[in-house]
Design a protein around this ligand. Structure first.
Ligand code: SAH
Length: 248
């Protein structure tokens, strides 16, 4: 079933924006009576039946859906990487339930902040929105404006992790770190660019309260590291959390 994020609250009758209307009418070719899921800005969701009113696509409320709040917010602090990999990374990170993505530029980033960042941000948010709709999540992952590394270190989270390929798997074990951290509601995980982090950056992160973690013995590409880290956090908080109760 298709999902759409609305700009309005859920009401008996809803209107879709022009892009969504085009998608419903011309791409999906939905007939009157087709059912879709709509999510409002407060993350309330409901099923709607599609109808056409003077060529305008509308939705008629069919059934409210239960609340779906995530127990954990995972913030992905992601170094800017080359365009196609970046787009792929946003899409997959959203599928893996990243709550927010904060792009940053560090010493070894090839991609730099530029003038066109507003246009880029709109494009990135569109990729995120489509990925969250496609993966049927009520939370729309927000892509923040890119910042410099030092600013990204100031993220507000209960647990702050930095994935470091030179970290020893035993000494910097992610499972141990997650098991030892109690009452975590917001966790941030930082992934470096293609060239990795400098020693100096790792030191600054540690001073800012980050914990170094290994993602395993093999060196992963930045985008793989992001997806891998998010999957591991998802496993811990969502899958194990479901079995053993909150956070474990
Ligand atoms: N240039 C480095 C690799 C950088 S990989 C080299 O070739 O040695 C890009 C980013 O992915 C790293 O900064 C780190 O955040 C993450 N990463 C990749 N593999 C990792 C691993 N095994 N453990 C932890 N982080 C990893």
């Amino acid at each position: 079933m298709q999902q759409y994020f609305l700009n309005q609250k859920l009401e008996e009758k809803i209107y879709f924006d022009p892009l969504q209307s085009h998608h419903i009418k011309n791409v999906m070719r939905m007939k009157k009576g087709s059912v879709i899921k709509a999510v409002d800005p407060d993350e309330h969701s409901a099923l709607y039946t599609i109808d056409y009113e003077d060529h305008q696509v509308i939705g008629k409320l069919k059934e409210m859906l239960p609340e779906e709040k995530s127990a954990i917010e995972i913030i992905l602090l992601m170094a800017l990487i080359k365009k196609d990999k970046w787009d792929f990374c946003i899409q997959k990170a959203c599928e893996c339930s990243a709550y927010t993505i904060l792009p940053f530029v560090s010493e070894r980033c090839v991609v730099q902040l530029d003038e066109k960042k507003e246009k880029k941000l709109i494009r990135w948010q569109k990729i995120a929105s489509e990925a969250c709709e496609q993966s049927k999540q009520n939370h729309l992952c927000e892509i923040k404006e890119p910042v410099f590394f030092s600013k990204a270190l100031q993220v507000d989270a209960d647990l702050k992790l930095i994935a470091y390929e030179n970290a020893d798997l035993q000494a910097h074990n992610l499972a141990a770190v997650l098991n030892n951290a109690q009452n975590v509601k917001r966790v941030a995980v930082m992934i470096g660019p293609e060239g990795g982090f400098s020693d100096h950056e790792i030191e600054s992160a540690l001073k800012s309260g980050f914990t170094c973690v290994s993602l395993g013995k093999s060196i992963l590409r930045a985008e793989t590291a992001a997806i891998s880290a998010l999957s591991m956090l998802k496993y811990h908080y969502e899958i194990l959390g479901e079995v053993y109760g909150s956070n474990k």
